[in-house]
Design a protein around this ligand. Structure first.
Ligand code: BGC
Length: 746
């Protein structure tokens, strides 16, 4: 008898440990007790109401009845704090159980103070700064009652035709992981309080691999690719405490994410132990019908709830069908309870029950706070990438500057995609910033009114250029050209922008091009027409001062490409960490060097394009500075490691130029032989290092050997012993490798 008791006790201890371990969001017994207490009082209809999210768009009266009846658990597309208070009052004071609403919004790269687009954030290679920016966004948005952001977007994107490449961290899994953690920490804060916004990692999963870069298209990612490349950022974000996750629109290998048992139930819930809230993307439940994966919305609702999707954004499938599905026995009520528990858990953890309302006046005071603008400016400075400089930059004091181009004074366009709340009247454009910096020295002729404009003659700009010492042309993409549903098949500068640049160049004056865009454009043909090119992505509210400081050299550019820049769109997909082929390119003959009537096998038979070769315009991790850096003395602490060791690589970084500058030192590793073929190299660490002119610093970077683990032939994640190569360099295409070995532990 005693033994049995001890055994049961032991089992309980084990069970509670397992439960603790499986808690990804860090819930507590108090939170759980509160959630359970509420759940016990709820009718089935009230439970299903919590699972329903509605876009309200300012219309309190229209949704009042549904809120009071407990038929809405969450709202989106409402940012007016007075209206949010009104909605919360209906939920808290007039609904039967007084459960507050979870108010969500796409706060993607800042709220009112707009930061660079996420691709620009990634170009900083500065997770601490990105975390600070996410904190600013959370402080501004939460002050207005928005406690849930549909960010960060963690979709690996290797196709710049896809407009949403703007919203993520680019092509690399490791960089994406670091950005994911930073954003989650920033949005949610070190501890959850009234300034926390729940992060929502999206879009789970594979959405960035849409066929042909056409948004919403199918993906065909193998399980191994998913696990090695596409899923790690989600796992990293969840380990960092992300409270919520969004399923994606795409079907992968035939299965739409919102009904994907493997992804949501098996990987997310069972393997990773995610006990946060899973929401669908906008109508992605309903879209399983046109996908041909569900017969109707009822079928779609059954499929979604079956894989543990908790909240329905805008299909109304749960609201319309779940009650009937439960009553008929097709769906177990316990599934509903689990979902509602996860929703209430987030509401309780965010403190919404204690603080459902906001102080409208206080909310106004924090928007565009000077420290927020300063953080946005610093971020824009770090996100700009210097891609070319033949000495034109920095601008010389006293020079007469002609500012031109459709992005020079475009306060709305420089904010980029997804900025519902950024007010253009707060934007500082480059024109304004340069005029302030160089009073009386800056003239302005627009050249093109907007980036798509077509024009044949540029007489006015050209004659103004002749009167100037240097021309700065602000080119790129209007914000509408990237983002959701804005895919492009041609990635050259739109309209007559290339002609404008060529006309300016033909004057013989020094020309600087600054490109603000949502993606890496194919700018090869434009490079000869400028002496320097600064790639700024869409830099946000403070883009003007940031670019002005970069152009004048008050700040030295330090951004690095978070994605490979292509020579032509026909190279898609081309990314640095592609797998090793059996026939790697060896500088073989290109079209122009081909003999007439060459023999079939005379060209080398390796992997490349006859017309464009094998290389991109700029590799991943690339970016220049006004100074130069040298790497020396790169060495490893050992030649042989076991999988449980930590590898230590040391090197000396020297600023060999005349200005202070910041370098992003990058460490790449290649696993020579695997049970499956491996990438040619993979980023495993990076460090931002600031050095005075002539200064050297000895740096040591530690990489746990377990970070070299991957899913091999047996689909078990592990380090496979063998030979490795390691590079330390300023980009993914430079440096000479060191060798080391990993041996299985005895
Ligand atoms: C997008 C999501 C977004 C949602 C809500 C969808 O169309 O794909 O990223 O969060 O709308 O606005």
């Amino acid at each position: 008898m005693k033994c049995t008791k001890i055994f049961i006790l032991a089992l309980l201890v084990v069970a509670s440990c397992v439960r603790e371990e499986a808690t990804s969001v860090g819930t507590t017994p108090e939170v759980e007790a509160r959630v359970d207490g509420l759940l016990k009082q709820m009718t089935l209809a009230e439970k299903i109401g919590q699972m329903n999210q509605v876009s309200v768009g300012g219309d309190v009266a229209n949704y009042a009845d549904a809120v009071v009846k407990g038929r809405i658990g969450s709202i989106l597309n409402e940012a007016d704090p007075a209206k949010i208070n009104a909605f919360q009052r209906l939920a808290v004071e007039e609904s039967r159980l007084g459960i507050p609403l979870l108010v969500g919004r796409d706060v993607i790269h800042g709220f009112h103070t707009v930061f660079p687009i996420p691709l620009g954030l990634a170009a900083t290679f500065d997770p601490a700064l990105v975390e600070e920016g996410a904190r600013v966004a959370a402080v501004e948005a939460s002050a207005q009652g928005i406690r849930w952001t549909f960010s960060p977007m963690l979709d690996i994107a290797r196709d710049p035709r896809w407009g949403r490449i703007a919203e993520g961290s680019g092509e690399d899994t490791y960089l994406d992981c670091r950005m994911a953690e930073a954003m989650v920490r920033g949005y949610q804060g070190a501890v959850l309080d009234s300034t926390s916004m729940a992060a929502c990692v999206k879009h789970f999963a594979g959405y960035g691999a849409a066929e042909g870069g056409r948004d919403y298209n199918s993906t065909f990612i193998t399980e191994r690719q998913l696990r090695n490349d596409y899923l790690p950022p989600f796992e990293a974000a969840i380990r960092a405490g992300a409270l919520t996750l969004m399923t994606s629109f795409n079907d992968n290998d035939g299965v739409p994410s919102t009904g994907n048992d493997f992804l949501v139930r098996q990987v997310l819930r069972d393997e990773w132990g995610f006990d946060g809230l899973v929401v669908t993307d906008w109508n992605s439940m309903g879209e399983m019908v046109p996908h041909g994966f569900a017969a109707d919305n009822k079928d779609a609702a059954e499929k979604a709830v079956g894989v543990s999707v908790d909240m329905d954004m805008m299909t109304f499938g749960y609201l319309s069908h779940l009650e009937e599905l439960v009553r008929s026995g097709a769906v177990k009520e316990s599934l509903i309870d689990d979902a509602v528990r996860r929703i209430l858990r987030v509401k309780v953890m965010l403190g919404l029950f204690e603080h459902p309302y906001v102080d409208v006046e206080a909310a106004a005071a924090v928007q565009y706070a000077p420290e927020h603008l300063a953080a946005a400016c610093r971020t824009a400075e770090e996100s700009a990438i210097l891609l070319k400089n033949d000495g034109v930059l920095p601008l010389k004091d006293g020079a007469r500057i002609l500012v031109t181009g459709p992005m020079a004074d475009a306060p709305y366009e420089q904010l980029g995609t997804w900025c519902f709340d950024g007010d253009r009247t707060h934007t500082v454009t480059p024109l304004k910033a340069l005029q302030e910096r160089f009073p009386g020295k800056v003239s302005y002729v627009q050249g093109l009114r907007y980036t798509r404009q077509k024009r044949d003659r540029f007489d006015d700009v050209v004659s103004a250029a002749r009167r100037a010492d240097v021309v700065v042309a602000f080119l790129g993409e209007e914000s509408i050209l990237s983002g959701e549903a804005h895919s492009l098949a041609d990635l050259n500068l739109k309209g007559s922008q290339s002609s404008l640049l060529a006309a300016l160049h033909a004057t013989g004056k020094s020309v600087v091009a600054v490109v603000m865009a949502g993606r890496p454009l194919t700018i090869e043909q434009d490079l000869p027409h400028c002496g320097a090119l600064l790639y700024a992505f869409h830099p946000g509210t403070m883009g003007g001062p940031a670019l002005s400081r970069l152009l004048t050299g008050e700040v030295n550019p330090s951004g690095k490409t978070p994605v490979t820049f292509l020579r032509t769109v026909g190279q898609v997909p081309l990314y640095y960490n592609h797998h090793m082929t059996g026939r790697p390119y060896k500088n073989e003959t290109l079209l122009d060097d081909m003999d007439l009537e060459p023999g079939q096998t005379s060209l080398g038979n390796t992997s490349y394009y006859l017309d464009y070769g094998a290389y991109p315009l700029f590799p991943f991790g690339y970016g220049l500075s006004y100074t130069r850096f040298a790497y020396s003395g790169i060495s490893l602490d050992r030649e042989v490691y076991t999988p449980s060791d930590t590898l230590s690589v040391s090197f000396t970084l020297t600023n060999t130029g005349e200005r202070e500058g910041t370098e992003v030192a990058q460490v790449y590793v290649r696993d020579l032989v695997g049970s499956v073929t491996r990438p040619v190299k993979e980023l495993k660490a990076f460090r931002r290092v600031s050095l005075q002119p002539g200064e050297s610093q000895l740096l040591t970077v530690q990489i746990p050997v377990s970070d070299l683990a991957f899913y091999g032939l047996d689909m078990v994640k592990k380090v496979e012993p063998g030979e490795f190569r390691l590079w330390v360099a300023g980009d993914s295409a430079s440096g000479d490798p060191l060798s080391f070995e990993v041996r299985a532990a005895r």
